[in-house]
Design a protein around this ligand. Structure first.
Ligand code: GDP
Ligand code: ZN
Length: 366
């Protein structure tokens, strides 16, 4: 693969890596000029293991750690994740200290499980997100909705991949169930056993574009990544020849290059995906509830029991699937919980920094 080739060149000390194939562009270049550390090299985080960050730079892969400054006072979700562009100070042959991070764009977050409003960054500088489900008991419209809503919130383009299409499934029924989703995102039926189904997917990814894969483990994400790259690049998904079954499933995030085109990021199986969304307008839009809500008699209609509610009417008329409506209510409740606790946290943060400021001022007096 290109990646391996590049590492080879670095070891031989011959050639630089063109970071444009990893998505580097003029805009990022400008952003870097604003960093006080602009004299240092930059690179893209390709894997995160606990406190160690693998950074791919013009001079190859570097194993980096964060400076204390980068960590101090930061929430977990503000620390670098896969896909982030960072500035680092190299030392030794391939080690480095990350001293700065370029401002994030199009970052996929999820709510941390078991918390109220802790979010976690999954991948950043993402153009497209492939929501992968397999056409067996894993197929779940409600879960796909949930992913889609979060992805749209980040201005990332969602794509639904229904994999294992070689299995026995009722295509008509599936298409009926995802009708409202297919208005919002392209849908592909794929099978790694039918290479021709992968081709359109590959053609949908353009050069320098970053694609993140999300979905439960076992649905075929690594297999698809391998197929898209045209070779086996993921060490983690070892296919056993005798059983045809994947042996051990990835728990690491990994970034790989497609030949002459995109950057693929595999995430560990994300089965549960709590919404980390601050407002429910985008949710209504994503779920196509807003199409009807425009016609409600009251501007602040909650679509629960108000007279003249066009959403409830649409359900009565059979225009709106009651399951989609129920799912919308459930997701809305979730975003409310999340945003309320976010605001409370921010208020607390504000009053805390006020305290610190005042303490500083007082100190300055003496
Ligand atoms: P991941 O955990 O999402 O990365 O899933 P893997 O790529 O490791 O695949 C899980 C299992 O599903 C493996 O045994 C694969 O061989 C199998 N698999 C992947 N794609 C397909 C497919 O299109 N059809 C069938 N029948 N099996 C598949
Ligand atoms: Zn209404």
């Amino acid at each position: 693969s290109i990646l391996r080739l590049c590492i080879f060149y670095r070891k031989k000390g011959r050639r630089m890596i063109q970071l444009t194939i990893y998505g580097w562009n003029d805009r990022l270049s400008q952003l870097k000029q604003e960093s006080v550390y602009k004299a240092f090299p930059h690179g893209r985080v390709s894997i995160v293991h606990r406190t160690c960050y693998e950074v791919i730079s013009e001079n190859g892969l570097f194993q980096c750690e964060l400076t204390g400054n980068m960590m101090y006072g930061k929430s977990d979700f503000e620390l670098p994740c896969v896909g982030d562009w960072v500035v680092f100070q190299p030392f030794d042959e391939n080690k480095g200290i990350i001293v700065d991070m370029l401002p994030r764009k199009q970052t996929l977050y999820r709510k941390r499980s078991g918390t109220v409003a802790e979010k976690q960054a999954i991948a950043s500088y993402v153009d497209k997100a492939f929501i992968v489900q397999s056409l067996d008991e894993n197929f779940n419209v409600r879960r796909a909705e949930r992913f889609m809503v979060q992805i749209l919130e980040e201005k990332i383009n969602p794509v639904l991949i229904l994999n294992k299409a070689d299995l026995d499934f009722n295509r008509q029924k599936v298409e009926e169930q995802i009708k409202h989703l297919s208005h919002q995102m392209p849908v592909y039926f794929t099978s790694i056993r039918q290479p021709q189904t992968i081709l359109p997917l590959r053609e949908s990814i353009s050069e320098g574009e970053t694609v993140v894969f999300v979905g439960s483990s076992g649905v075929g994400k690594s297999s698809l990544v391998n197929m898209l790259c045209g070779k086996s690049v993921m060490k983690t998904s070892d296919i056993s020849l005798s059983t045809g079954k994947g042996r051990h499933t990835s728990t690491r995030r990994e970034m790989v290059l497609m030949d002459n085109s995109g950057i693929l990021i595999d995430t560990p199986g994300v089965r549960e995906f709590g919404l980390a969304i601050d407002n429910s307008d985008s949710l209504a839009e994503a779920m196509e509830i807003s199409d009807y809500a425009k016609e409600c008699r009251f501007k602040d209609c909650q679509h629960i029991n108000e007279p003249g509610c066009a959403v409830l009417e649409a359900i009565d008329n059979g225009m709106l699937d009651p399951k989609v409506y129920e799912s919308y209510l459930k997701l809305r409740r979730e975003t409310w919980y999340f945003s309320t606790s976010e605001h409370e946290k921010r208020k607390k943060d504000k009053s805390f920094s006020k305290l610190v400021d005042e303490a500083k001022k007082r100190k300055a007096h003496f």
